[in-house]
Design a protein around this ligand. Sequence first.
Ligand SMILES: [Zn+2]
Length: 569
Amino acid sequence: MLACLKASRTSRSMRAALAAGCVVAIAPGCSRPPRLAADLVITRANVWTGDPLRPTAEAIAVIGDRIAEVGGADDIERWRGPATTVVDAGGRRLVPGFNDAHVHFVDGGTQLDNVDLKDAGSQEEFARRIAERAKVKPGEWILGGEWDDQRWTPAQLLTRQLIDDRTNGTPVFVSRYDGHMALANSAALGRAGLTEQTQDPPGGVIVRDANGFPTGVLKDAAMELVNRAVPKMTPEQRLRAVKRALEHAASLGVTSVQDMNPGYDDIALYADLANRRELTARIYAAPMETGWYDQAKLGLHRAFGSSWLRLGAVKGYADGSLGSTTAYFFQPYTDAPQTRGLLSDEMQDVGQMRTRLMAADYAGLQLCIHAIGDAGISQILDLFDDVVRANGERDRRLRIEHAQHIAPKDFDRFAQLKVIASVQPYHAIDDGRWAERRIGAERIKTTYAFRTLVDKGVRLSFGTDWPVAPLNPMLTLYAATTRATLDGRNPNGWVPEQKIGIVEAMAAHTSGSAFAEFQEVEKGTVARGKLADMVILGEDVFNIPAARIKDVKVLTTIVGGRVVHQRNP
Ligand SMILES: [Zn+2]
């Protein structure tokens, strides 16, 4: 039945449905032409449609993967047929499905599958979790971790002996939460060929016992010695990561993701899952900008593909990150005056970057460029300006990913060039704990400057950068509306003038992100003819204190008219 409703507009869907003789309920003895019945009706919903022309509704009818009608209870009741599935929202808030405009989907799924040691409260608990994992998948590398030795009393550094006997031949390499230290067991050291003879590499330390033997703890650059030995992902592992990522997205109401820098293996897997109708989130894939010709030579251009999988964007980098003092600024870092950050490898020859971006744009590919420091952002705006001048005006929806620290002079250029600010509000409440120390009081005024961007008429799209930040859209909405840093020190907001309202935040995470991938006609609001991607929330985010938004749960997630997640209130 779904197959006959794949047409892209409701009217076409209906015609196809009639032609195929499906989803039709005929009243007995009635001579009127057969009436279409909905596959799904959602009743008693408190709908925020996101559509300014018709902001609220009570009920929705869905045929196939599209919304057939949005309206009052009576309007929708007539769509109900004998085979219609009915979801009673119980008066709860229904919103469009969330669209995360910046994720690293396979990395996120991989992380979900890794052993989690974040809240292991003792070394014994740490060892127990690893031993348990080794029993489930003997021989398969145990990675991830995020352990925190400060939780243990006394805070004592780990050694491989703690886990060796319980893991035998299963290699273990688990990192401290800050990523600057990791513990390897003997099996992992063996596979890496790391012995007491191995020298410390520049920028790294192999921690050794009294006899000079490695304890298993490796610091900074020394971690690479073991990382090199970790095998590439197998197709089965990749599939498992994607499936875990899809489940996680569904449980959080994320119905679309925009995947930054996927490998071609990842995209092939998405295509396979799309063909098998096993995707439960729609994917827009933006591979690395340096490989732009791979897409261009096939004639793929922006948003090419199906409603489930699209290509036609490229993702590039201007600079690094604030945390590692590699975001590129006009002025030196306040706490590291010897540096003002670094341009990325690809930007070392700006002329070559310009040539690639112009060529990719000329081929019709969408440009999404990571830029964090004010000078990095400014340089990308310069390049975008060059691209527009060279290739002429058109609807190209240039994007700056992160757009964290914008020089005051550049807000107007953002607006003039119609550049989309693809931002991750969670970073603001995370970095906000220490950003002022790093860049000073003046520059933080235009850091994560969502209010200024909206006021200047710049389009916002929201995402998370998952797994760098949690995928949960409630945390993103909470961060944008409260700016309450994770350390609890700014309950009224860090740089509170840059807060935005819940309606603006919700729009940025739904229609804003849809616009950023050229899909605003297809999704992002609850409206007739659009893809039936919707979420029912446990609480009404529009009418609770912003501080509570972070705790709101997603009860039901519907993608393409199919319920892909359901939990009890
Ligand atoms: Zn990213």
